[in-house]
Design a protein around this ligand. Structure first.
Ligand code: SF4
Ligand code: SF4
Length: 353
């Protein structure tokens, strides 16, 4: 085989790409897993606190009831959406699940400003999903790619679910919204959810088992195809000025970013990642070995946001929102412990209105 001599131009390109290929930049890749684990541990702590609250409700009347952790209301997004719609329609901020409304509104504001980081940094279900697909990769040797056409069809599922909720909630008359929000079902929605998981049925266990298996086989199956909350945040994130941006002048089109993306986004073909599926996980940036080829920034690259800065923004946003809400007395439910106790005694008979 005969090799042709390299032209000067080609030599320059080669030198340039050699200069660009600098060392692993992964030194901060541990930050997101640490933040995720922190939120998972916090959720477990909330779960244990809520467990002792529920147990104390069934105790003797003269014994004090344990503290109810208001942050569990983060697990009531539909109730929070109803409260938000009620606020939009009436201007009234109800006090049934105020912490839920604060957290829900914050996730929307975050999606509007710095995209769907809630899904890949905060949500414990998103984290569990990520752990499950990593386990799946170890067990089966790899995660299966979803065919593009099927991926598009399945992604419609979460938007269909979202449309169903949003359509019905927005169309509800104010009186019906008020009745639901202040009614007994909504007041004990957190306890209902607790009882659903603490006395889990075989059907629910089977469904969870199927979802776990699918998530082991396909990356982010639950979040990508079935979560209406993620769909809502995705829609809000379209309006965000923050984006993953690829610098085509520096990029050497190696495709590592695309390979690293858990959401099957063709990052290596885009200048700006505008997809609603981008969860700002920074995996593409962490995988890229070329200085200045890819980054996350606001307003046409004017304000770059590093992985560390993003971690601080997301965690501090949750911490300070809770502090501010408590300062303004908008955190604890107005439902008295006495009312909680009496509703708990008849919780089995309280049905969805
Ligand atoms: S941006 Fe993507 S394709 Fe370009 S160099 Fe980095 S990893 Fe490779
Ligand atoms: S494009 Fe990058 S930041 Fe967005 S989901 Fe894919 S890997 Fe994560």
């Amino acid at each position: 085989m005969k090799f042709l001599p390299m032209s000067d131009e080609r030599k320059n390109d080669f030198q340039l790409s050699k200069q660009k290929l600098i060392l692993p930049k992964d030194q901060h890749n541990w930050i997101r897993p640490v933040v995720q684990t922190g939120f998972v541990l916090f959720s477990i702590f909330l779960g244990l606190q809520f467990h002792s609250f529920v147990l104390s409700l069934s105790g003797p009347i003269h014994e004090p009831v344990s503290t109810r952790p208001a942050a569990v209301e983060a697990y009531l997004p539909i109730s929070s959406l109803m409260s938000l719609v009620y606020f939009i329609k009436t201007g009234i901020l109800n006090l049934i699940h105020p912490a839920g409304l604060v957290i829900f509104t914050l996730t929307l504001v975050l999606a509007l400003s710095v995209r769907r980081g809630f899904c890949s940094w905060v949500c414990p279900i998103g984290t569990a999903e990520e752990w499950v697909h990593k386990i799946g990769k170890k067990v089966f040797g790899r995660n299966l790619p979803m065919p593009k056409w099927l991926d598009m069809v399945l992604r419609l599922l979460k938007y269909t679910l979202l449309s169903f909720f949003v359509y019905h909630i927005f169309l509800m008359p104010i009186t019906a919204l008020r009745e639901f929000i202040y009614g007994p079902y909504n007041r004990v929605a957190d306890i209902k959810m607790y009882l659903l998981f603490s006395n889990i049925s075989t059907t629910a266990l089977t469904i969870i088992g199927i979802l776990v298996l699918l998530s082991m086989l396909f990356k982010n199956f639950l979040c990508r195809y079935l979560c209406p909350y993620g769909a809502l945040l995705g829609l809000f994130s379209i309006l965000s000025p923050a984006r993953i941006r690829r610098n085509v002048d520096n990029c050497i089109s190696c495709g590592r970013c695309k390979m690293a993306c858990p959401n099957q986004i063709d990052v290596d073909k885009m200048v700006r990642v505008t997809s609603m599926e981008c969860t700002a996980c920074f995996s593409c940036i962490g995988a890229c070995k070329v200085e200045g080829a890819i980054g996350f920034s606001l307003l046409r690259k004017k304000i770059g946001i590093s992985l560390v800065a993003y971690a601080v923004i997301v965690t501090m946003a949750f911490f300070f929102s809770a502090q501010i809400a408590q300062t303004f007395d908008y955190w604890q439910s107005e439902t008295s412990l006495h009312l909680y106790r009496s509703l708990y005694n008849e919780v089995a008979g309280i049905r969805h209105p």
